[in-house]
Design a protein around this ligand. Structure first.
Ligand SMILES: Nc1ncnc2c1ncn2[C@@H]1O[C@H](COP(=O)(O)OP(=O)(O)O)[C@@H](O)[C@H]1O
Ligand SMILES: [Mg+2]
Length: 500
């Protein structure tokens, strides 16, 4: 049996860091924490993504809270996707508890109760900073992905965007988009087929049906103005602590399409906006996605590919993504293989399927002379987890069963009054709550189309000789990033077919 001293040295050496880091807790040997054998994660490798997994009630969300708080303390802003609405307590200090003091004495870390700067955001009718994007910002590529369109339908979406761009028709919400789509095979048929090729009613019908499906999941609330600027996620308070931005998604669990639409749009926008980081010693922004299986379960193959490539690319912008889910198998392998920090809470072995999942999970962790990973996985207590991180050189740290520190902020949620007060004092709520008349934007569009319809009718009467002048508008950064040369070639190919 290994001696405690040997184990202490093993952990101390394996988790040595020169630069800034977070302390997650103390490593455990034979079920007991070894005081001061601290398990540390260097800030430098926190852009290498991570996973927090484990059965219900084992402490995943508290681990997320602990990581978020400590990042904030180090000046790193955080974005939390709060699907169960249990994270708002971060805005209030922990009331403390004898058990928490006991836990921290074992870890060898003084416990400090404090609150953190919190901003509450919302995707729907709920209070908070409204997160929105216009359809034109979302772009044809993402829209096609999220609607899971065929190549032909994708070509039509691209044409609609091009038409609106050429004619300065603002595509703000889905209503706008549907209007143009109907126009393309209705009143504007002649105009469209002349400049962009013939568009079939059956294709636009199929696209319309998919848009309606998306709307049924509440996407009409997401698309519109005022668009959210992702730079507002990286704010730091007057004490140099990073803001913890909490997106309350409690009413979104049964609307996975809306969630993935939003996630994709956010990631693409962040990727397009944030500068290249190079070899940085700290991340710019860390995102935590609780109940992450929701984005993966319903995602199409095309969407998964998109997520996968964004996960790969976004790292160089100093953005770390942390997935929180019950079973690591909830996360696609291609994403899983890119995750640097792994925090595995206890798994329960009720069924043969459970035992198989445990075996698979154990295989994903580095071997250890000190643990039987399989056995540890089922015997971990609440607020304990197997940790494997990346050291400053990017090498995996030794596997450590860890007694995790407790959150410094409240583990319970804010009361309604506390939440209201927090939202009331927010500057961002004011900035994005400012009412832009979306109705009138739609009317302008309608009017333009009506006029175009009348002109088209007139043109029908007398043959037109002059060619229309084209106006180019600024390209949307999301399109810029996601429109690879291959994709453009693909669309052009489809367009040619459509025109023929
Ligand atoms: N690090 C921790 N320190 C103290 N208590 C914890 C810790 N982690 C979990 N707990 C306790 O366990 C409970 C369940 O944790 P939670 O994070 O909500 O589980 P999960 O998200 O895995 O369902 C918490 O309410 C808290 O009482
Ligand atoms: Mg949870």
């Amino acid at each position: 049996m290994a001696s405690k001293e040997e184990f202490f040295d093993h952990i101390e050496k394996g988790y040595a860091t020169k630069g800034d880091h977070l302390i997650m807790g103390a490593a455990m040997l034979e079920g007991e924490a070894v005081t001061n054998a601290h398990v540390k994660v260097p800030l430098k490798t926190m852009n290498r993504h991570g996973l927090i997994a484990g059965a219900t009630g084992t402490g995943k969300t508290k681990t997320l809270q602990v990581l978020a708080e400590n990042l904030s303390d180090k000046g790193v802003p955080v974005l939390l996707m709060d699907l169960k609405g249990d994270l708002s307590g971060i805005a209030q200090p922990s009331p403390g508890h004898a058990k928490i003091d006991e836990r921290h004495a074992k870890i060898g870390l003084p416990f400090e109760a404090k609150s953190f700067p919190v901003e509450i955001l919302s995707l729907s009718e709920q209070d908070g900073v409204k997160l929105r994007a216009t359809v034109s910002e979302f772009g044809p590529v993402l829209l096609s992905r999220i609607l899971d369109l065929t190549a032909t339908q994708e070509g039509i979406v691209a044409v609609v965007f091009k038409y609106c761009d050429d004619n300065k028709l603002p595509l703000l919400d889905l209503k706008d988009f549907k209007k143009v789509l109907q126009y393309a095979t209705g009143g504007g048929k002649a105009e469209f087929s002349k400049d962009y090729g013939r568009i079939s009613t059956s294709s636009t019908g199929a696209i319309l049906r998919k848009i309606i499906e998306l709307e049924q999941q509440g996407a009409d609330l997401f698309f519109g103005e005022k668009s959210f600027e992702v730079d507002d996620l990286t704010r730091v308070d007057e004490n140099g602590r990073g803001y913890i931005n909490i997106i309350r998604l409690t009413d979104i669990q049964d609307r996975p399409k809306l969630f993935s639409t939003f996630m994709l749009s956010l990631l693409a926008e962040i990727y397009a906006t944030f500068p290249e980081q190079g070899d940085s010693d700290r991340p710019e922004l860390i995102l935590f996605i609780d109940e992450a299986h929701l984005i993966f379960n319903e995602a199409s193959k095309a969407l998964l590919d998109q997520i996968e490539s964004i996960v790969k690319l976004i790292r160089s912008k100093g953005i770390g993504l942390y997935f929180v889910t019950q079973n690591p198998t909830d996360v696609p392998d291609a994403v899983l293989s890119q995750l640097g920090l792994k925090v595995q809470h206890a798994l329960r072995a009720f069924t043969a399927k459970d035992r198989k999942a445990i075996k698979l999970t154990a295989e994903n962790y580095p071997d250890s002379d000190f643990y039987d990973t399989n056995e540890v996985l089922t015997s971990l207590g609440i607020g304990e987890a197997l940790v494997s991180a990346l050291d400053e050189k990017g090498r995996p740290t030794p596997l450590a069963a860890t007694l995790l520190r407790a959150p410094m902020s409240r583990m319970d949620v804010l009361t309604d009054n506390e939440l209201k007060a927090l939202i009331k004092k927010s500057d961002l709520v004011k900035k994005y709550g400012e009412n832009i008349d979306r109705e009138s934007a739609y009317e302008i569009l309608n009017e333009k189309i009506d006029k175009a319809e009348k002109e088209a009718a007139k043109e029908k009467a007398k043959p037109k000789t002059t060619s229309r002048r084209r106006t180019s508008t600024r390209q949307n950064p999301v399109i810029k990033v996601l429109t690879s040369a291959t994709f453009i070639r693909g669309v052009l190919g489809v367009l040619k077919k459509v025109i023929r």
